[in-house]
Design a protein around this ligand. Structure first.
Ligand SMILES: *[C@@H]1O[C@H](CO)[C@@H](O)[C@H](O)[C@H]1NC(C)=O
Ligand SMILES: *[C@@H]1O[C@H](CO)[C@@H](O)[C@H](O)[C@H]1NC(C)=O
Ligand SMILES: *[C@@H]1O[C@H](CO)[C@@H](O)[C@H](O)[C@H]1NC(C)=O
Ligand SMILES: *[C@@H]1O[C@H](CO)[C@@H](O)[C@H](O)[C@H]1NC(C)=O
Ligand SMILES: *[C@@H]1O[C@H](CO)[C@@H](O)[C@H](O)[C@H]1NC(C)=O
Length: 202
């Protein structure tokens, strides 16, 4: 009897939590010229979730990251500069680009080491960029924002989308706003170079 009660309560609790998840389908954002123009400029990578083991490993390494989308001479292409803190190392990459397939709102990042594909998803704010990733049967979601001070509402929206996709908390990684890498990585090198060169001049 007691067991049955517990089972019923647990069952209800399960239903309640399932119900409280307000799942709305992910709707692709129309990726036309106007949208592409809106995407230009600086973005902070905020969080990512993935079922893909390799992607998970990579996400875990990213302490934080920001990037810039620049227009290119091609209508369907962005140039990209990314500045990332990978574990305790700063990586500046300006050799990547994103090709865009407007027909299905797809963006393909051609990185220095590999490429990744994402579909631009409608979000409640123009200040966030949500990408839905499918890699075989593995799903993922990543979110970037115009500012690092991501609001609680934005965070809740992302968490709900992640849960609705069936992704788990432990498959989600959040970046830290601390210790952003500088864009000019070579500054210290130059200083060192001057210090090294000067004595040899005298
Ligand atoms: C988008 O912009 C390109 C040039 O950048 C132009 O050739 C093309 O016609 C534009 N497309 C639309 C639908 O306006
Ligand atoms: C990338 O950065 C390097 C070093 O700062 C610079 O020499 C190069 O011109 C840059 N490339 C692009 C495409 O901006
Ligand atoms: C988008 O379209 C391209 C080219 O038609 C195709 O290769 C790709 O699989 C499509 N992606 C999605 C998510 O439908
Ligand atoms: C690409 O791979 C090299 C070698 O593993 C690594 O040092 C570099 O940080 C990677 N670049 C990016 C942008 O992930
Ligand atoms: C982030 O901070 C800026 C300026 O400090 C402010 O204008 C903006 O509303 C804040 N955004 C959020 C989502 O809190």
């Amino acid at each position: 009897m007691a067991l049955a009660c517990i089972a019923i309560i647990l069952g209800l609790a399960h239903l309640l939590t399932a119900k409280s998840l307000d799942c709305e389908p992910l709707v692709p954002e129309i990726l036309d010229n106007a949208t592409m123009t809106k995407l230009l400029g600086k973005w902070f990578y905020i969080a990512g979730a993935s079922q893909h083991p390799r992607t998970l490993q990579e996400m875990e390494l990213i302490k934080n990251a920001y990037y810039f989308l620049y227009p290119s001479s091609h209508q369907d292409k962005f140039l990209v500069t990314q500045v990332m803190r990978l574990k305790d190392k700063c990586v500046v990459d300006n050799s990547s680009y994103i090709s865009v397939i407007q027909d299905n709102s797809t963006m393909i990042l051609h990185g220095p080491n590999e490429s990744s594909v994402g579909q631009l998803i409608k979000s409640s704010s123009e200040d966030t960029m949500t990408l839905y990733h499918i890699d075989g049967t593995h799903r993922g979601l990543s979110i970037s924002a115009r500012a690092q001070n991501f609001s609680t509402e934005q965070l809740e929206e992302f968490k709900t989308q992640v849960a609705c996709l069936g992704l788990k908390e432990e498959e989600t990684f959040y970046t830290s706003a601390k210790d952003l890498c500088p864009m000019e990585e070579e500054r210290d090198d130059k200083k060192q170079l001057v210090e090294v060169v000067e004595p040899s001049l005298g």
